[in-house]
Unconditional design. Structure first.
Length: 341
């Protein structure tokens, strides 16, 4: 949440729970210039007063942002707008108050020297080296995280907490098979924030007018397209593949490539039980191992009783989300353990 110089508020940190308290804190920090890490939790006496009635603990880091405190902000904004990966790591807790608010900006490894581009410092070479190394991994996955170290970057120590905000291009969803189900999957993929590509070898079906929710529609053989994208480094662990053709001449060569990729987040294939068994036999004949076949989600989706293309798309999206976050696809009303995994 941004608290502007004229008292305006933009954005949210909690969806409404503690906005008023954070807004007041933001105005205080603008006046003092001193960064603050504030914890709100249900155990606090003022939990109901600030609005945190739904449980849990919320840590909010508030700092004054200016050209002096964040001189690289303009470049970070340009990177985000252009879709270039960039991460910001900020010290939010440290025994030395002078180190709170220190930050480094990290960009991916450059081809020239094999080293990441780094701006800023956390106060010591050891801390910079440890944090930058960890940030590179988070940036590759597109994940945010709060990391804990010793005061000088000791990996097994405590005392310094660093919040890493990773701005990566949207994850990709590749939908193979230009059918009605693909149109529904493209729509829900777009809704979930994926960059959606629909690919089919048949130009009469693979058209922009049939898939308005897709970011791009590609007319080529699916396995050739996937291999080219993988060789170009455009497939990563966040990428999800939805194979909806259920036609052996398309999906068997495609799955041969997909299931052998070293990094891909999800591979699902549509088809009946009979289609699935036939497809497995063909893939075994093609030389795929049991470990490679185990990566295949087929028949695709969760058991929701889906019938229509739209319902099936929800089923597929539900399986992708469950696998990403460790969910079991059960009814929350029938469970007693934690909601978020």
């Amino acid at each position: 949440m941004l608290v502007g110089p004229a008292g305006e508020a933009v954005g949210s940190v909690s969806g409404g729970c503690v906005e008023g308290a954070v807004y007041d804190l933001g105005q205080e920090v603008v006046g003092s210039g001193e960064p603050v890490l504030k914890r709100y939790g249900v155990s606090d006496d003022d939990a109901f007063a600030v609005g945190l009635t739904c449980g849990g603990i919320l840590d909010v880091f508030v700092e004054k942002v200016s050209q002096q405190t964040f001189p690289w902000l303009g470049r970070v904004a340009d990177d985000i707008e252009a879709g270039r990966p960039v991460a910001v790591a900020t010290v939010v807790e440290h025994p030395d108050p002078a180190r709170i608010g220190a930050r480094v900006v990290v960009r991916p490894v450059t081809p020239a020297d094999g080293a990441p581009e780094v701006e800023g410092s956390l106060g010591s070479e050891r801390a910079d080296a440890a944090v930058v190394d960890d940030v590179r991994g988070l940036l590759a996955a597109g994940h945010h995280q709060t990391l804990t170290y010793g005061p000088e970057g000791e990996r097994r120590g405590e005392g310094m907490r660093v919040f890493v905000w990773a701005f990566a291009p949207p994850p990709r969803m590749l939908v193979f098979g230009a059918i009605d189900f693909a149109a529904a999957v493209a729509r829900i993929g777009n809704f979930l924030g994926y960059h959606v590509t629909v690919c089919d070898a048949r130009p009469v079906f693979a058209t922009n007018s049939r898939f308005p929710a897709a970011d791009e529609v590609v007319v080529t053989w699916p396995h050739k397209y996937l291999r080219a994208e993988a060789e170009a480094g455009r497939i990563d662990r966040r990428t999800v593949l939805c194979v909806l053709t259920h036609d052996p001449k398309f999906d068997v060569p495609l799955l041969e490539v997909a299931l052998r990729l070293p990094e891909v987040g999800y591979v699902g294939a549509m088809g009946s039980r009979r289609t699935h068994e036939d497809r497995l036999e063909r893939l075994v004949e093609a030389g795929l191992t049991d470990a490679e076949l185990a990566r295949l989600s087929s028949p695709i989706g969760l058991d929701l009783g889906a019938r229509t293309p739209e319902e099936t798309a929800v089923s597929i999206a539900a399986e992708i989300i469950a696998l990403q976050w460790g969910g079991r696809g059960e009814r929350l009303s029938e469970l007693e353990d934690r909601i978020h995994h």
